[in-house]
Design a protein around this ligand. Structure first.
Ligand SMILES: [Fe+2]
Length: 256
């Protein structure tokens, strides 16, 4: 398990040797691409989420045909696959907000990479709707100061989720001081990742390595209305809820 920090140019070159890159991911290495997104784009993305949060009530919707964009608060609710304290935003290609947030990042390149790695030909996954079984989604989480986090878990490895692509959307040491993403090394234990990252960095890792988000500034008061804390942006490809299979859900290793 090593941590490789690349420039965007180095990352472009790395993608010409996907077998070598995937060998690193299989070894549970972490690849960090410095400044994958510029600060202005990250801030614009977050401001979009904050405006969405202010204008729409929290809600939840199964990923079925016509699923709207929505945001919800997870506060260790009973029955969660992975207990978490986070405010989550979900954007889908068939909705207007997805088009708006897509402007702020090179997400299409990450969707293309995931589809390339899948070895499956699903056509243009961005054109899919839930009844087709596999869809693209842009997710953002805000882990608030005052204990935001996520229990340790592994994510399902599916053909189109062979890598995790997380964009660090906050500044460690400014937006929060304590906590954040960690991985479990099989022999040496917990490896904290956020200290290697800056706002706009892309983090690439295996979904199969145990990981979690350690509580963010747990000594502070939990504030769901703030703008600071730890934010991430994740372009993902998932099975819609037209597909039911417990094997494709994340698996929690312990509780928060
Ligand atoms: Fe995860």
């Amino acid at each position: 398990m090593q941590i490789h920090v690349l420039t965007v140019l180095e990352w472009d070159a790395r993608q010409r040797d996907l077998a070598g890159f995937m060998a690193q991911i299989s070894n549970n290495d972490v690849v960090i691409v410095r400044n994958y997104l510029g600060d202005a784009d990250v801030d614009a993305f977050k401001n979009f989420c904050l405006a969405f949060r202010a204008s729409e009530a929290t809600s939840w919707h199964p990923c079925l045909e016509g699923c709207p964009d929505y945001h919800r608060i997870h506060n260790n609710y009973p029955g969660a696959y992975v207990p978490a304290i986070q405010h989550s935003f979900f954007f889908h290609p068939w909705n207007r907000s997805f088009v708006a947030v897509s402007k702020f990042g090179a997400f299409d390149r990450l969707f293309d990479l995931k589809m390339n790695l899948s070895g499956e030909n699903l056509g243009d996954v961005l054109a899919n709707t839930p009844s087709q079984g596999v869809i693209a989604r842009i997710v953002s989480h805000r882990y608030p100061r005052g204990g935001g986090g996520q229990a340790e878990h592994i994510d399902p490895v599916s053909p189109f989720a062979k890598i995790q692509t997380l964009i660090q959307a906050s500044s460690p040491g400014i937006d929060y001081n304590e906590g954040g993403l960690y991985l479990i090394h099989p022999t040496t234990g917990r490896v904290a990742i956020d200290g290697y990252t800056r706002k706009g960095d892309l983090i690439l890792m295996s979904p199969g390595v145990r990981h979690g988000v350690a509580p963010i500034d747990p000594d502070q008061t939990l504030d769901w209305t703030g703008t600071d804390g730890r934010w991430i942006i994740m372009p993902i490809i998932i099975h819609s809820d037209h597909v039911s299979d417990a094997g494709i859900r994340p698996r929690a290793m312990d509780r928060l």
